[in-house]
Design a protein around this ligand. Structure first.
Ligand code: CP
Ligand code: NVA
Length: 312
């Protein structure tokens, strides 16, 4: 039983489709209030980050708050003390605890430890092995900026159907996007992900859909957005050679872009590995919007924080 009304975002579907739209509207609006004034945000990182750390810190500053970034080894999660004790300690100083974790369960333990506290402390997933929800918010913001609307857009994700893909497809169907995923066997979304997407699409009622196909050409045909991510996510380094070999046909390159819609844009959450999941030409070419997308990480996190501060 929760003693405080804090909202948490561990998965993108912790937001309803209406709330998702509200976050995107807040992300696009000028900042006129300081809901984090005199409040702090602890940002804990078990993995490296260029975009998420900087985007989150700046979003907190823009809302009047004070960010403190903490490398996991400084607090020693489950080494120096338990995840629960770290969460309760950080929660006694901060209004928000954001964390990038190797195992999604660490975030759930943080939420459980903070739920009995008298004051609201929101936990935000800054990337786990399961989801990357703040990335998906930035992805949708970028697509909306490119095309004006989200409903009915055709988006193709190509490669490893990983944490980034999972948040993207769920956000997409909640926003009415027609989503296609092309991944080889062993790297595809599971039945639970597909069922979850179907449920989210139905609840949103905006006509969003998700189809998983084996052929990347089929996914790319007529798509308005081509999206990919690294083949070796953080924590998967031991499998790197096998992954590169299995995923090698699933590359965004100039030939694939030619199959997409003439106005298609290329997105990548970054960091990119040129020559692996994406060619230099595709990443740097005129269709690429990857650095607009990277900037949007900050606006999306600001929208999310403003929403969480307003709703709990
Ligand atoms: N896209 C993304 O999350 O980048 P970082 O790993 O640099 O934060
Ligand atoms: N899938 C990648 C995303 C990096 C932002 C990873 O988890 O490492």
């Amino acid at each position: 039983m929760s003693a405080n009304p804090a909202r948490h975002v561990l998965k993108i579907s912790d937001l309803t489709s209406d709330e998702l739209a509200e976050v995107l509207a807040l992300a696009s609006a000028p900042v006129t209030t300081a809901p984090l004034a005199h409040l702090g945000a602890a940002l804990v990182f078990e993995h490296p980050s260029a975009r998420t750390r900087n985007a989150a810190e700046m979003a907190v500053v823009q809302l009047g708050g004070h960010p403190i970034t903490i490398r996991a080894e400084e607090v020693g999660l489950d080494r120096r003390e338990t995840v629960e004790d770290v969460a309760r300690t950080l929660g006694s100083y901060h209004r928000v605890v954001g964390a990038r974790v190797a195992r999604h369960g660490t975030l759930e333990r943080m939420v459980a430890a903070l739920s009995s506290r008298p004051h609201a402390v929101s936990v935000i997933n800054l990337l786990s092995d399961v989801e990357h929800p703040s990335q998906a918010l930035a992805d949708l913001l970028t697509i909306a900026q490119c095309f004006g609307t989200l409903k009915g857009r055709r988006v193709a994700y190509v490669g490893d159907a990983n944490n980034v893909c999972r948040s993207l497809v769920h956000a997409a169907v909640m926003a009415g996007i027609e989503m296609r995923v092309a991944a080889p066997e062993g790297y595809q979304l599971g039945p639970d992900d597909l069922e979850h997407a179907a449920r989210l699409a139905g609840e949103a009622g905006l006509g969003g859909s998700l189809r998983q196909v084996a052929s990347l050409e089929e996914a790319a045909e007529g798509a308005e957005v081509l999206y990919t991510d690294v083949w070796v996510s953080m924590g998967q380094e031991a499998e790197a050679a096998q992954r590169r070999s299995d995923l090698s046909p699933y590359q965004i390159n100039e030939a694939l872009i030619a199959r997409a819609a003439p106005e298609a844009v290329v997105l990548h959450c970054l960091p990119a590995h040129r020559g692996e999941e994406i060619t230099e030409g595709a990443l740097e070419g005129e269709r690429s919007r990857v650095f607009e997308q990277a900037e949007n990480r900050m606006h999306a996190l600001r929208g999310l924080l403003a929403f969480l501060l307003g709703s709990s």
